[in-house]
Ligand binder design. Structure first.
Ligand code: GLY
Ligand code: MN
Ligand code: MN
Length: 438
């Protein structure tokens, strides 16, 4: 990790240099942020680090810390480590693999930082706390031009970032295995989640996104995060969408299991897995992500025709937009420090935005694939009442096999999600590569 991080920081130093030259500035100050207090309360929400801070300093616990960057000298870390007996204070990671890349200054109180910022008007501030930035005298606060450059850089990962996301596959896969066993052992969603957290050594407060543990029809809610206690109802299916983080970088994995491995639903799960792997094998540099999303809509149209959910040809199912009812989200998204990482629509350093087409408003990426982009590939196939109902009075209603669809609603749906990196020769499936080793 040490060498990879050193290369990572070298690339970022060049980016900062370029930013400062273009903006005629002397430096960038990045604030890691601070846990927010609930309304009229003295309790705080869990701390979530400023992702731009984590990009340079991969330590997501670093609350109330500052980075000062000029692109030339060693980056300075102002690490907040007060003495306190009310709350636990963070360990200063002086032994960490990234430590040597920084010049360290330890802060014992919050107000101390002001004296280290002699020329705020010649620097830009990056962070959520605009009031704080104003009070310290910054006038350039989160300039969009600077964010555009950083976001665009973040959309093609360094080898350090790719390795972190790869490492995050292992812990997540172990957690998935424990959760799968708990499901087949008859545990409730709540208990399955506990198994997942225990195995991945995470608490509810530091998972990269709300864990989805959905039994039966619950998986038709795309971001289902309720956890019920039911162990009595007959079970048909289990969808788990859960990840972990390493150095602040996330994994984002989904698997679906059929309770009865000889059922037609099990066959559908296997076909969705194959669709995912087929698409991953097709990914190549220079092709727009939308192309693959559209291909997946066509594959699902084929599935709907073959399994006689819809009595129309696959082509008609696709062209009439019926497949979108069964696959209503995007094929995937950029993955990094943020689970839905930045830059999915941003076409260049200047920030040109390309929205998804009207037919696919939930698509989170409209980029041409480039080397070292990290993405998820997560096709889904669901039986969602709200979306199905809109066809009930349409001219295609008679083509829907309503009886069969009704019967399949008890399964909820299927999603299968892997994390991949685009390489010169095609996609490398980080999840599949880790699966071979766990
Ligand atoms: N876990 C959220 C997603 O798959 O996008
Ligand atoms: Mn997911
Ligand atoms: Mn995802």
């Amino acid at each position: 990790m040490k060498t990879l991080f050193s290369e990572h920081i070298s690339r970022l130093q060049k980016v900062v240099q370029d930013i400062l030259e273009k903006a005629f500035l002397d430096g960038l100050w990045i604030y890691s942020g601070k846990a927010k207090t609930w309304f009229l309360d003295d309790q705080t929400a869990p701390f979530r680090i400023n992702p731009y801070f984590n990009y340079f300093f991969p330590y997501p616990q670093a609350e109330n810390c500052w980075l000062c960057l000029d692109g030339k000298n060693k980056p300075k870390i102002y690490f907040y480590c007060p003495e306190d007996y009310w709350v636990s204070t963070p360990t200063v990671p002086t032994e960490a693999f990234f430590a040597e890349e920084f010049e360290w200054i330890l802060l014992k109180s919050e107000n101390e930082i002001a004296k280290f910022i002699p020329n705020p008007t010649a620097c830009a501030f990056i962070g959520e706390d605009v009031g704080l930035a104003n009070s310290l005298g910054f006038s350039q606060i989160n300039p969009q031009k600077i964010l555009n450059i950083l976001n665009f850089e973040r959309s093609t990962k360094t080898e350090f970032e790719i390795e972190s996301i790869y490492q995050a596959q292992f812990s997540a896969l172990k957690g998935h295995q424990a959760a799968k066993e708990a499901f087949f052992a008859g545990k409730s969603e709540f208990e399955i989640n506990l198994e997942y957290l225990k195995t991945t050594k995470q608490s509810e407060l530091n998972v990269p996104y709300g864990n989805i543990m959905a039994i039966n029809y619950h998986s038709a809610v795309l971001h289902y995060t309720a956890l019920d206690f039911d162990t009595n109802t007959k079970r048909y299916s289990f969808l788990i969408d859960a990840g972990t983080t390493v150095n602040g970088y996330a994994s984002d994995l989904t698997r679906t299991y059929a309770f009865d491995s000889s059922s037609e639903f099990a066959e559908l799960v296997a076909k969705m897995d194959k669709f995912k792997l087929d698409i991953i094998a097709e990914l190549s540099i220079g092709i727009n992500y939308l192309h693959y999303h559209t291909r997946m809509q066509q594959m699902i149209s084929q599935l709907l025709a073959e399994h006689q959910f819809i009595h129309l040809s696959a082509q008609q199912i696709f062209e009439e937009g019926i497949s979108r009812t069964f696959f209503p989200h995007g094929l995937g998204h950029f993955l990094g420090i943020q689970v839905h990482d930045v830059g999915g629509f941003q076409q260049n350093l200047r920030g040109s935005h390309k929205a998804p087409p009207e037919a696919y408003p939930s698509l989170r990426c409209t980029r041409d694939l480039q080397e070292n982009m990290v993405l998820t590939i997560e096709p889904g196939f669901y039986f969602i009442d709200m979306l199905l109902n809109s066809w009930k009075n349409s001219r295609y209603s008679s083509a829907f096999n309503w009886q069969k669809i009704e019967d399949f609603k008890r399964f909820g749906g299927i999603r299968t999600e892997d994390n991949i990196v685009i390489r010169a020769s095609g996609a490398e499936n980080l999840t599949a590569k880790a699966e071979l080793k766990v």
